[in-house]
Every structure is written in structure tokens, then in C-alpha cells.
Design a protein around this ligand. Structure first.
Ligand code: MN
Length: 313
């Protein structure tokens, strides 16, 4: 593997089917630890790119193997003005939230938690679990929906189909006559592509969307340029079709959406319209405000919000 594949670099793309020469941007992951022997590749936000459509956070967690009793163990913590989106690939994770929901998520399923005005939750690997592999994303809520009531939805069945040697799973949005059940608040898409033998495809795209394609395993070729696992290919809006190739055994995540116009601030586990909103959310969490409620069913302390990194009055 050449070192160049892992450097943060822009390069000239090739002519797209619309005839315009475009640039694809290669975004490298930062490595983060979420505890329990699971390391994550963090693709959003990065210095070069904060969002793709309303998608404002993207962690590729695992694949990881750990001893029984290890794995994920994230205590009660709050969220605001966003939806957390979990796409499970291997292993199981147990969710509890302050609305009283208890839900196990299994491979092939999506959990969508709408924080809106405020919610708290926990996530943990079950005691006997030894594997974890998932994509964990956040979706920013648009300005007219930031303060909606919190909600939690579990989607065990998703639209799946085979085409040209590729298995598609639609995680969110619409594609090729399929509609995913996830309740979303801005135009966006999430899709999983998997090919055992390898595949060459031309994906129809929405020209009003910007896109990111992230190989989770294997190698994806976008407009003739190779992207390895945990290298995110970013495409600005303007594509109505995109030729891609998946090497044998490749799984790739496609996300996209209309460029998000509303200003947002992202700090710790909060999204908000500005720093004042974030500071209030932090105070509310630290003062045990009923805004976030209590999570039952998790044995462990709640997470403490760090101090705000900017001066407050
Ligand atoms: Mn969370």
C-alpha cells in the first residue's frame, strides 16, 4: 500500500458523465478511542470538511474483537438538535434512553435517536458480546426542527436489493424507487454497498446533493481513483451519475444530502444554533435539568460535560 493513499490531499478528478471535470477530495480519518478496546476512525467533522449534507459526524467503529465483559460502555450522556444514527454490521449494542426505551441493535439494523430539544442515552456491548463493527453518525436538525420533541426509532428491516454484483441496503432517504423508513428532516441519503466478487456500477445521484463514499472494508474506485478503508471520498454537488468500482470483499458507505445552509455549532455531544444555545445545554446537563431526563437500566455514572472551550458571560 503506497503511503500516498493515506495522506490528506486533494487531486484533480476525471471527467464525470455530465462532461464536467470535477474534483474529488480525499479525507483521511483521525483515530479516536471510545473505550473497551474499540478504536474508531473519525471522518466527520475534520479540519477540511465539517458536514456532508446534514450528516455532521461520522465514526467508523471497529471491526473489533474483545473479551466478554469488554467492548462499548458509554454512560448516560445528552444530545441536542441532532439525530444519532447507528448502522450495525457486527455484534450487538444495547441502547437505553431517558424516554424509557430499551433496544438491542443487531447486524443489518438501524437505530435512529432524535434528540431535538434534549435526550440522554447509554450504549453498551452485552456481557457475552465479543465483536463490534458499526458506523455511528449524527444528522444535524435544520433550523425549523431543532427543538422538536425527542424520539427513538429502531428499524430492523431495511430496503435491500442486488444489482450488478452488489448488494445494496438503503439506510436513509430514497434511491432507485426504494424508500428507507428512517424519519429524517432534510433531504439526505445513507446507503450500504457490499460486493463479494467485486462490482462495477454507475450510481444515479441527485445533482443537488453533495456526497461522501467511505470504504469500510476493501477498496472503492471513484472516477478511476482508489480509496482504501477509512479514506473518505468527498464529491461536491453536480453529479447525476457516478461510476464506481468495488474490489472483491468491499463494503462501502455512501452518504449525501443537500448542502446544509443553517449555521450550527457542534461541541461535545451537543449541536446547537450558536454558542449561547450550547452553553445553556451544558448548564442544563450539569444541573440535572429535567430537560434531559434520567436513563434507567444502566449501572454506571453519567458523563460529565467538559468546560466550554470559549469564554462565557
Ligand atoms: Mn450518544
Amino acid at each position: 500500500m503506497s503511503k500516498d493513499l493515506h495522506s490528506e490531499t486533494s487531486f484533480s478528478g476525471h471527467a464525470n458523465p455530465g462532461g464536467t471535470v470535477r474534483d474529488a477530495q480525499r479525507l483521511a480519518a483521525r483515530t479516536a478511542e471510545i473505550g473497551g478496546g474499540i478504536s474508531v476512525a473519525r471522518l466527520l467533522p475534520t479540519r477540511q470538511r465539517r458536514m456532508i449534507g446534514a450528516w455532521c459526524f461520522l465514526d467508523h467503529a471497529g471491526p473489533a474483537t474483545f473479551a466478554p465483559g469488554g467492548g462499548l460502555r458509554v454512560g448516560p450522556h445528552p444530545h441536542t438538535c441532532l439525530q444519532t444514527f447507528t448502522w450495525m454490521l457486527e455484534g450487538e449494542i444495547l441502547h437505553h434512553d431517558s424516554l424509557g426505551n430499551e433496544q438491542m441493535i443487531r447486524p443489518g439494523q438501524v437505530n435512529l435517536m432524535t434528540a431535538g430539544h434534549g435526550i440522554a442515552h447509554t450504549e453498551e456491548s452485552p456481557a457475552k458480546e465479543t465483536r463490534a463493527h458499526a458506523a455511528q453518525l449524527w444528522i444535524a436538525l435544520p433550523a425549523d426542527s431543532t427543538d422538536i420533541a425527542p424520539a427513538f426509532d429502531h428499524y430492523p428491516e431495511l430496503p435491500r436489493w442486488q444489482e450488478n454484483g452488489c448488494q445494496f441496503t438503503l439506510l436513509a432517504g430514497v434511491h432507485g424507487g426504494h424508500t428507507a423508513p428512517a424519519k429524517i428532516y432534510s433531504p439526505l441519503i445513507g446507503m450500504d454497498l457490499f460486493s463479494t466478487q467485486g462490482a462495477a456500477l454507475t450510481l444515479p445521484l441527485d445533482h443537488t446533493f453533495e456526497y461522501g463514499i467511505l470504504p469500510l472494508e476493501g477498496i472503492t474506485e471513484v472516477e478511476g481513483v482508489s480509496f482504501a478503508a477509512d479514506e473518505l471520498a468527498y464529491l461536491a454537488s453536480g453529479y447525476s451519475a457516478l461510476p464506481i468500482k468495488l474490489a472483491a470483499g468491499t463494503r462501502a458507505l455512501l452518504i449525501g444530502g443537500q448542502p446544509f445552509e443553517d449555521p450550527i455549532t457542534l461541541w461535545w455531544n451537543f449541536v446547537g444554533r450558536d454558542k449561547t444555545y450550547i452553553a445553556q445545554a451544558q448548564r442544563d446537563w450539569e444541573s440535572n435539568s429535567p430537560r434531559f431526563g434520567d436513563v434507567k437500566g444502566f449501572a454506571g455514572p453519567r458523563l460529565v460535560a467538559p468546560n466550554l472551550p470559549w469564554a462565557t458571560t
